[in-house]
Design a protein around this ligand. Structure first.
Ligand code: SF4
Length: 280
């Protein structure tokens, strides 16, 4: 539970606040961007108190989704807890309920006619498990890399989903181990992007949505970036993996950490090219 005595000084006055235990995972800023901002150190803070009920609802979704319980509010988040996953666009939903064991990585739920897909593992919170069951369950759990597996075993036990991960990142005994690029379902392609880890993979859906794990993300200003300071395997390989993404079309970048980005496909390509030039 967030603690008032640890309340960050940057918070706008009012009942909603972030305390100093925030680990800068971006979950709240993605769920309720109108309410949460970034301090100069990267931690989240309440930019402005929610002005109406719909903003409050999104803020309370962030309260239950914060992996470190760093967001406090006087009102109950019980109703908002049942909203998740929330639709982002078309078949794509944000799960919320980030897990501290994956450093608060964001995860996504994809509704598919041939079986729903979870992209990286959220916390196996009871309200989320119930909602996912109502939405048809989970047939596949795609794991972008070894760091964001969180509660994979609980999802496997609850839904019988097959866990899919690259063999070089498989420390969980996954049902499907990837070795190269592969279509894992109709219109759903796993693309190896080694760099952050040896077995990192992106997932491209319907040539529109690219789930990038910790390979690629956007910042608060909408600029794409990659992190050398969090590159555990090979920075030169990670840059090559970025260049390979130019072979594909997509207009969404949906990361585990950092901000998502939505641009028309020619603009997205320009942004990837720009980043590639910048990194040299
Ligand atoms: S959701 Fe993440 S960024 Fe937001 S307060 Fe919690 S730890 Fe910080």
């Amino acid at each position: 539970m967030a603690q008032l005595n640890l309340r960050l000084p940057e918070n706008a006055p009012g009942e909603l606040f972030v305390d100093e235990t925030c680990i800068d995972c971006d979950t709240c800023r993605e769920l309720a961007p109108e309410t949460f901002g970034s301090t100069s150190s990267g931690q989240a803070y309440v930019l402005r108190q929610p002005p109406d009920e719909s903003s409050w609802r999104r803020a309370l979704q962030a309260v239950v989704s914060c992996p470190t319980a760093s967001i406090g509010a006087e009102r109950s988040a019980k109703e908002a807890a049942r909203d998740l996953p929330v639709q982002l666009e078309g078949p794509v939903y944000r799960c919320g309920y980030s897990a501290e064991s994956s450093y608060g990585a964001q995860s996504y739920f994809l509704r598919r006619d041939d079986g729903n897909i979870l992209v990286d593992s959220p916390r196996a919170a009871a309200p989320l498990l119930k909602r996912l069951a109502e939405m048809g369950g989970v047939r596949r759990l795609f794991l972008t890399h070894q760091d964001d597996v969180a509660d994979h075993a609980e999802f496997r036990a609850r839904f019988g989903c097959e866990r899919i991960i690259h063999r070089d990142d498989d420390h969980i005994g996954a049902e499907v181990r990837l070795e190269g690029e592969r279509e894992i379902a109709a219109g759903v392609r796993a693309i190896p992007v080694p760099g952050h880890t040896r077995g990192s993979c992106a997932l491209l859906v319907d040539e529109r949505y690219l789930f990038t794990g910790d390979h690629l993300w956007a910042d608060d200003r909408g600029q794409l970036g990659m992190g050398r300071g969090v590159c555990w395997y090979s920075w030169s390989e990670q840059k090559k993996s970025l260049a390979r993404l130019l072979e594909y079309r997509f207009d969404w970048v949906l990361p585990g950490h950092g901000r998502s980005l939505h641009l028309a496909q020619p603009r997205m390509r320009e942004e990837v090219e720009k980043l590639h030039r910048r990194l040299g």
